[in-house]
Design a protein around this ligand. Structure first.
Ligand SMILES: NC(=O)C1=CN([C@@H]2O[C@H](COP(=O)(O)OP(=O)(O)OC[C@H]3O[C@@H](n4cnc5c(N)ncnc54)[C@H](OP(=O)(O)O)[C@@H]3O)[C@@H](O)[C@H]2O)C=CC1
Ligand SMILES: N[C@@H](CC=O)C(=O)O
Length: 426
């Protein structure tokens, strides 16, 4: 049987999973592809480090040139991370005629366009199924199964680390810091988890999803992003008592022909299936004109689920090599539209406020809402802490511009402080 040489750029959580799947399922993969997939070379940062993953006889070095110059390597799997270094390495690998599979959403969201162009010019494959929602095969599903349909909205939970943290805080009353540490130990979090907790990782995934669903290329500054770093146990408990669960939700939709993409903590009604998505699991809801709503659920991070998406790309590339059709872009849909203004993006909001317990404050609050042409469907005092009362309000649907107006007006008041404001999804 003919062989396909695989090069691994990175042998951490995902890289180790790729090795395991290629070794454990070798016979099945060969039966499907008609090729024997063999790992020929590994590049890591610290080749001397002790590793549980054993690759007898496979050279492991830190120099990318070793991979670029190795004629035995046809497909390189980039599971190293970083943006600039990975961009440089992948460009050189594509120029040298290698096919590339990557799980690197940071890179694809920011530099995907350039890399896709180089791959097409060199007639090489560039695939990145694992870059969105870990083990859920959502990108290929959108490309293949929604090609004839008009996607109206793509939304859901696309970061495993934050969903794990929020679940642990909600169910086990674990502290934010302890839950984050455990997500790191389990291999869900990025090596620097800042992007996870600040919503940036989810924003990168929404940028990629937007490319696939709507054909348009966005930059990070086009996405409204808020992380979970300010979500307090009090908010989580308060939401529960109202019948909601707080989740980090990504949402991409077209409003009057313009694109709106956001990521932020959101109160999800417990009757909504997204509220039941726990720990590192993700769920992507695709709303389309012909099919209606479809929800794709599964592990969004972790060694083997992510590795399965990577290996499915390796298999797809191997099949393309076998029949001589490499160089087709993973997603060829292009349809650029403008970004929707804040006034067009509407939602109900949960507002938690600290209000000094003196007469006239509720009136001041009501006046601000009226001046901002906003109204609320529920308002109540939840607790009293010395001189202050905690007041929670759920608004009717208002625009982001109206919410910002309310926030600005409250900010100048001496006796009322807005502690948190999150979207509400029923
Ligand atoms: N973990 C997950 O659940 C998921 C991760 N991803 C993405 O997959 C990629 C890898 O993630 P993960 O496996 O968790 O990361 P890890 O931190 O576990 O592994 C990174 C690997 O890359 C190597 N590496 C890092 N820097 C360099 C460098 N400068 N030169 C050569 N090798 C380097 C490291 O080498 P050494 O071992 O010597 O330190 C290590 O083997 C990232 O892009 C991540 O965003 C995508 C989906 C899910
Ligand atoms: N850190 C990411 C890993 C997968 O993309 C996450 O937690 O979702």
């Amino acid at each position: 049987m003919r062989e396909i040489g695989i090069g691994l750029l990175g042998l951490g959580t995902v890289g180790s999973g790729v090795v395991r799947l290629l070794q454990d399922n070798q016979a099945k993969i060969s039966s499907i592809t008609g090729r024997r997939l063999t790992i020929k070379r590994v590049i890591v940062r610290h080749p001397e480090k002790h590793r549980d993953t054993k690759l007898d006889g496979v050279p492991m070095t830190a120099n990318i040139e070793d991979m670029i110059q190795d004629p035995a390597v046809q497909i390189v799997v980039e599971v190293m991370g970083t943006i600039q270094l990975a961009e440089d390495y992948i460009k050189r690998l594509l120029q040298a005629g290698k096919h590339v599979v990557t799980a690197n959403k940071d890179l694809i969201a920011q530099k995907g366009g350039e890399l896709v162009d180089i791959a097409a010019k060199k007639q090489r494959d560039l695939m990145y199924e694992a870059s969105v929602a870990g083990g859920i095969p959502i990108l290929r599903t959108i490309v293949n199964s929604f090609a004839a349909d008009q996607i109206l909205e793509v939304s859901g939970i696309v970061n495993g680390t934050t969903n794990y943290i929020l679940t642990q805080m909600n169910q086990k009353k674990v502290s934010y810091a302890a839950a984050l540490k455990s997500a790191q130990d389990l291999g869900f979090a990025e090596s620097d988890p800042t992007n996870d907790v600040m919503g940036i990782d989810a924003a990168y995934k929404m940028i990629i999803l937007t490319q696939f669903a709507f054909g348009m290329s966005l930059k990070l500054e086009n996405v409204t992003v808020e992380g979970i770093d300010k979500v307090r146990l009090e908010d989580i408990q308060q939401a529960q008592s109202l019948g909601y669960t707080i989740k980090l939700i990504g949402d991409a939709k077209e409003i009057d022909g313009k694109a709106s993409v956001s990521v932020g903590p959101t109160l999800i009604a417990n009757s909504n299936p997204l509220a039941a998505v726990q720990n590192e699991n993700n769920a992507v809801v695709v709303k389309s004109a012909a099919v209606g709503n479809t929800m794709f659920y599964g592990p969004g991070a972790g060694e083997l689920p992510t590795a399965n998406s990577v290996v499915s790309d390796i298999i797809a590339v191997t099949k393309d090599i076998g029949i001589g059709i490499t160089g087709n872009t993973f997603n060829s849909y292009r349809h650029q539209v403008a970004i929707a203004p804040n006034s067009a993006v509407k939602s109900a909001y949960y507002l938690a406020l600290k209000v000094r317990d003196i007469p006239g404050q509720m009136l001041a609050l009501t006046r601000i809402m009226a001046e901002s042409k906003a109204s609320f469907r529920q308002i109540f005092q939840t607790s009293s802490d010395g001189d202050f009362a905690r007041v929670v309000m759920i608004t009717h649907e208002i625009s982001l511009a109206q919410l910002e107006k309310v926030q600005e007006k409250v900010a100048v008041l001496e006796n009322i402080e807005l502690i948190s404001s999150y979207r509400v999804l029923d």
